[in-house]
Design a protein around this ligand. Structure first.
Ligand SMILES: [Mn+2]
Length: 420
């Protein structure tokens, strides 16, 4: 719709008559048009504001320059002052808050380190030792940029793990008198689990067994000289089986077992060392009143290569199986037998934590309150893992401490990539 007025013409006329008018309504009357329309035209041409000083002069102000501009300035100041006041208030509030917070920070006393061992309760240190795969061989270059591995590295990394474990356990602010090692299997790589595996080894399986046994012996011997009491709890993995196919051998019919027995024979004179070699594929170890289930854990299903559901289901099933069997034992006790609550707890075998190897991946997971402490491996890489599975992991082993009242109190992976 075309405009009724030419805005520029109206603005020009308004400029001419404004000195005789006292306000906008007066100008509109002088021009014979609607005040809102006039205001519209002036706004559009940017003349509305400049016109005011002139109107003020007309309305009786002495000097347009002084008074009118002052009024405009005042108006502007008033508005900005309001805005600034608001900002200032905010800033002041923040400054007050910060000052308050700083005052509190200042008043915190300097903490004092508790004297070593005196006031803190004793804890037990546990090392998970698994998957050294003695004999596994991937020379530099074969895996491209992904690393390499051989039996010498397995040996050096084993020694490093035991040394670091002993050092870290002894450096804690609480006393550690007992050290435990959970040997979770796969001490040897073997050579005929899958076709072509022998080409990826640097030792025959018998040599692998001897080499692994020597390394475990050296590690346990070191711990025996550092701690009042040392225990090793040993179960086999899947690589040490003596049969061609999985499931054909008994749990204790493995090269892993041979390693443990060789180590136990060699260390038979260490009086503060107990080596428990289990004929089952799992063990339950009680530390204070906490139950630790240890097993290699090769018998779980993976979905798309991820064993998440398999491990969760396995943990829940072991919980039920172990809990159920001990509940049955408790119910079978004679009716007149009275027991302390503590005594009953000692009989229960519900696992509080599950220690597993096999996955060559260190992870800690809470399955309905049962802690899963999965160990890494010593190798991290192999031709099988990087080519077939397209996976690698940081070589590492897991250690943790058990508190009498709180169970697994803190966990600490020992990284091995720097130990070649
Ligand atoms: Mn393994």
């Amino acid at each position: 719709m075309p405009r009724k007025y030419d805005t520029d013409v109206v603005a020009k006329q308004a400029k001419e008559v404004c000195r005789q008018c006292k306000d906008l309504a007066d100008v509109a009357r002088a021009l014979g048009m609607n005040r809102r329309t006039l205001e519209d035209c002036l706004t559009r041409t940017g003349l509305k504001r400049p016109l005011f000083p002139a109107l003020l002069v007309a309305s009786g102000a002495d000097s347009m320059d002084d008074n009118a501009s002052l009024m405009l300035q005042l108006d502007h100041w008033k508005r900005t002052a309001k805005r600034q006041e608001k900002q200032l208030l905010n800033r002041r509030w923040l400054a007050d808050e910060l000052a308050g917070m700083m005052a509190v920070r200042d008043s915190v006393p300097v903490p004092k380190m508790k004297p070593k061992g005196d006031t803190m309760q004793e804890q037990v240190a546990v090392l998970e030792y698994s998957d050294p795969h003695f004999g596994m061989y991937a020379p530099p270059g074969q895996l491209g940029d992904f690393g390499h591995y051989d039996s010498g590295m397995a040996e050096r990394r084993t020694l490093h793990v035991f040394e670091t474990f002993a050092r870290l356990a002894k450096q804690q602010p609480f006393p550690v008198r007992t050290a435990k090692v959970y040997c979770l299997g796969d001490n040897v790589e073997h050579s005929h689990m899958r076709p072509g595996q022998a080409k990826q080894t640097d030792l025959h399986v018998v040599q692998q067994t001897l080499r692994a046994a020597d390394a475990i012996t050296a590690g346990l011997q070191l711990l025996s000289s550092e701690f009042e009491q040392v225990e090793a709890h040993c179960v086999p993995g899947n690589h040490g089986r003596t049969t061609q196919r999985a499931g054909e051998n008994l749990p204790d019919e493995t090269y892993d077992h041979l390693c443990y027995h060789l180590a136990a024979r060699a260390l038979s004179r260490q009086e503060n060392l107990k080596i428990k070699i289990y004929t089952a594929w799992y063990f339950i170890d009680k530390i204070f009143s906490w139950n630790f289930l240890g097993l290699h854990c090769e018998d779980v299903m993976s979905y798309s290569g991820v064993p998440w559901y398999g491990i969760g289901r396995a943990v829940r099933s072991y919980y039920m199986m172990l809990g159920h069997t001990t509940m049955k034992e408790l119910r079978a006790l004679p009716q007149n037998k009275t027991m302390e609550v503590r005594e009953m707890f000692d009989l229960l075998r519900f696992p509080d934590a599950v220690c597993i190897g096999h996955f060559h991946n260190r992870f800690m997971w809470d399955v309905m309150g049962v802690e899963v402490l999965a160990n890494g491996s010593l190798s991290g890489v192999s031709l099988y893992s990087t080519k077939r599975l397209r996976k690698l992991s940081v070589p590492q082993q897991l250690m943790f401490f058990v508190h009498p009242d709180h169970g697994v109190a803190f966990r600490c992976p020992i990284e091995l990539s720097g130990v070649g």
